[in-house]
Design a protein around this ligand. Structure first.
Ligand code: SF4
Length: 346
C-alpha cells in the first residue's frame, strides 16, 4: 500500500513530529538534504547509517513519486513524466530562457476539470488533486536534473485555485528562508479565472505573482472556449483581479492563447485591449500550440504580428511568449499528450 505521508511536503517541525524525534536538529538535517534535492535516504551522509536504514524501512523511498520518462527539447526545455504513488501520472517542465531563468512549470492536479477547449490536459479529464509532497517532488526532480531552478509557475496540469491548500503549502516550502528560500516574486500562480481563489489569495496570501489565462474578452466566445466564464464572468473576474492588485500592488499577467480560427482577429485584440486597460497588466501572447483532437488551427505569424500591433496601438504592454518546449509537447496547453491518467502501465 502506498504510504500517505512523505517527507518532501513537510517542514522540519512536521518531520520531527512524524518521526518522533526528541532532538529537532535531526529533522533539520533531513530537511536540508531534501531541499538540496537529494533523491534518497542513503545520500544523507551526516545521518548515522542505522538511522538512514530505519528511514528506508519506514518509508521505502524518500519520494512518493518517480520519473517515468524524460524528454528534452532542442531548445533546452526538459519535460518529465512523473508516476505518482497511486499509479496516476502528471507532467512538469523546466523552461530555460535567454536571460538564464530556469522556470519550473509544475502541475497541481492530475488532469483538469476546467474544460478549456484549446488545452490538451482538459482532454484527459480530472482524476484528483495533488498533495504538497507530490507538487514539491516535481520541483525536486527538475532541480536534481538541472542543478538550479530560479522561478516556479503553477501553470502545468490542473487549476491551482481548486487545490489551494496544497499549492499554499508548496509555496510556503519553496519560499522558506531556511530551505529553498525562493522569493515570492519568483513564484506565479496561473488561473483560468476561479474568482474565489483569487479573492482568497488577495485576502490571505501568499502574495505571489498572479497570471490569468484570459485568452479572449468576448463574453460568448470566452464561454465557448473556457467554461469557467459561465461560472465567473468577465466583469466578476476583473473585479477580483483589481482586488488582487489592490492587495499586492503587483502587476498582473494576462495570458492570451491565440488560435488561428477563433480569436486571432484584430477585433478580438481591440476587445481584449478595452478589457485589460483598467488593470495594471501585461498581456502575454501565446500562439496556440497544436494538439490533436480539436478543430483549432495554429495562428500564422502574420496574425500574431497584427494582433500584437493592435494591442500596442492601444497602449497595452505586450510580451510575445516564445513557445519553448514545443518539441516535447511541454509548451502551454500541451501537457498530458503522452499520458494516460491512472494507468500504471503507461
Ligand atoms: S488551460 Fe489550464 S485550467 Fe484550462 S483545462 Fe488546461 S490545465 Fe485546466
Amino acid at each position: 500500500m502506498p504510504k500517505e505521508v512523505y517527507l518532501s511536503g513537510l517542514f522540519p517541525q512536521e518531520i520531527s513530529e512524524l518521526l518522533g524525534y526528541e532532538k529537532r536538529w535531526r529533522a533539520d538535517q533531513i530537511y536540508s538534504w531534501i531541499v538540496k534535492a537529494r533523491p534518497d535516504f542513503s545520500s544523507m551522509s551526516n545521518l548515522p547509517a542505522c538511522e538512514r536504514e530505519d528511514l528506508r524501512l519506514r518509508f521505502g523511498d524518500l519520494r512518493s513519486s518517480r520519473i517515468a520518462s524524460e524528454l528534452e527539447d532542442p531548445d533546452g526545455s526538459l519535460k518529465l513524466q512523473i508516476r505518482l504513488r497511486d499509479g496516476s501520472a502528471v507532467e512538469c517542465v523546466l523552461l530555460e530562457d535567454i536571460e538564464g531563468r530556469k522556470t519550473a512549470c509544475l502541475s497541481s492536479q492530475v488532469g483538469c476539470p476546467m474544460g478549456c477547449t484549446f488545452c490538451r490536459t482538459s482532454q484527459l479529464g480530472f482524476l484528483r488533486d495533488l498533495g504538497p509532497d507530490e507538487i514539491m517532488e516535481q520541483f525536486y526532480f527538475l532541480k536534481e536534473k538541472r542543478g538550479f531552478v530560479s522561478n516556479v509557475v503553477f501553470m502545468g496540469m490542473g487549476e491551482p485555485m481548486l487545490n489551494l491548500p496544497a499549492v499554499r503549502k508548496a509555496i510556503a516550502l519553496l519560499s522558506d528562508p531556511k530551505g529553498i528560500g525562493m522569493s515570492l516574486r519568483k513564484i506565479t500562480i496561473s488561473t483560468s479565472g476561479v474568482v474565489p481563489g483569487i479573492l482568497d489569495l488577495a485576502a490571505s496570501g501568499p502574495k505571489v505573482r498572479l497570471a490569468v489565462s484570459l485568452t479572449v474578452a468576448d463574453p460568448e466566445l470566452r464561454s465557448a472556449m473556457m467554461p469557467v466564464n459561465r461560472r465567473w464572468n468577465l466583469a466578476v473576474l476583473k473585479e477580483a483581479l483589481l482586488a488582487y492588485q489592490e492587495a499586492t500592488g503587483e502587476r498582473i499577467t494576462v495570458e492570451a492563447v491565440i488560435i488561428g480560427n477563433k480569436n486571432a482577429g484584430k477585433e478580438h485584440a481591440k476587445i481584449l485591449a478595452d478589457w485589460v486597460r483598467p488593470l495594471k497588466a501585461q498581456v502575454n501572447i501565446i500562439p496556440w500550440n497544436q494538439v490533436p483532437g480539436t478543430d483549432n488551427t495554429a495562428p500564422s505569424a502574420a496574425q500574431i504580428s497584427a494582433f500584437v500591433d493592435t494591442l500596442e496601438a492601444q497602449d497595452i504592454t505586450v510580451v510575445k511568449r516564445m513557445s519553448r518546449g514545443r518539441g516535447v509537447m511541454g509548451a502551454c496547453g500541451q501537457l498530458g499528450d503522452t499520458l494516460k491518467l491512472g494507468n500504471p502501465s503507461t
